[in-house]
Write a protein that binds this ligand. Structure first.
Ligand SMILES: C[S@@+](CC[C@H](N)C(=O)[O-])C[C@H]1O[C@@H](n2cnc3c(N)ncnc32)[C@H](O)[C@@H]1O
Length: 272
């Protein structure tokens, strides 16, 4: 599906903030701090949810567009590093009997998630609901393993590039997947060109006559990506990520392609 055909519907949008937004944090000694997600959460939904590029990326992961197969409803799904909850919301909308576990360790992302999915929240894993766990992905998955909880689908969307020990995380994911379960991964890689990605966002907004009114938020999002995330974005080549996946126990590759997310990310489906 091309981004101009049959676009994923746009969800309700948060209002654009009026205050000055920077989105870049540097420690006094000049060392880059960890990404400050509270700055990101504010502008993330305002800008990205309005773009066909981002919404199509979410639909590609669910198999509602693009090369991946449609998912089965009624399954257990983990959304790791779920952020503000855009993918989780789409999962429950498309597959309403999903038992969804969403994990993120950032308070501001958690606040947005809980607001967005307020009608679907549950404090324990429940069919048709989202159970949000605030904490580190590895620690939360260890808790789920202790409960004997396994997943049919695990999503890792724009998260692996941030993880210090990706192989350890992927081994842990392999261990929590049920037989035949699937990891669906979207990740930047060594050919990612942020300029191209932001040109794609900008042209989506221009086509809707929204660019001018969102320029401040657009520039804040861009600045966060270029100044805080870009050093980590190109950690993997396709071949190196394939190697890490294989070594971590993912023996079956269902799909890999590079044309995802405005042509700037790897889209991978793999099973143990
Ligand atoms: C680039 S955002 C992507 C959010 C979401 N997956 C999406 O695509 O819209 C990365 C998210 O991963 C979360 N994150 C990064 N490292 C994490 C960790 N070790 N444990 C839990 N969450 C983590 C961040 O807080 C942030 O919300």
């Amino acid at each position: 599906m091309s981004p101009t055909q049959d676009l994923p519907p746009s969800p309700p949008y948060p209002a654009a903030a009026q205050q000055d937004i920077n989105g870049v944090t540097t420690e006094p000694n000049g060392i880059k701090a960890q990404p400050k997600w509270s700055d990101y959460a504010r502008v993330y939904d305002i800008v990205l949810c309005r773009t066909a590029t981002y919404r199509t990326m979410l639909w590609d992961l669910l198999g509602k567009s693009g090369p991946l197969s449609a998912m089965c409803d009624g399954r257990v799904v983990f959304d790791l590093g779920c952020g503000t909850g855009n993918l989780s919301r789409e999962i429950l909308a498309a597959y309403p009997n999903t038992t969804l576990i969403a994990i993120d360790n950032d308070e501001s992302m958690a606040m947005s998630f809980k607001e967005k999915l307020s009608k679907s929240l549950a404090d324990k894993p429940t069919s048709g609901k989202a159970c949000f766990m605030l904490g580190d992905i590895s620690e939360a998955m260890a808790v789920l393993s202790d409960w004997g909880f396994k997943a049919d689908y695990v999503f890792l969307v724009n998260v692996l590039f941030l993880i210090a020990d990706p192989a350890a995380m992927l081994r842990q994911i392999a261990s929590v997947l049920r037989t035949g379960g699937e990891l669906r991964l979207s990740n930047p890689y060594d050919k990612t060109d942020l300029d191209n990605l932001f040109r794609s966002f900008q042209s989506d907004l221009l086509a809707q006559n929204e660019f001018e009114s969102l320029e401040t938020e657009f520039n804040a999002l861009k600045s966060f990506n270029f100044k805080q995330l870009s050093p980590m974005l190109t950690r993997f080549s396709q071949a190196s990520l394939m190697d890490v996946l294989k070594q971590s126990g993912f023996g079956k590759l269902n799909h890999v392609s590079q044309g995802h997310y405005g042509g700037q990310s790897l889209l991978i489906s793999t099973s143990v």
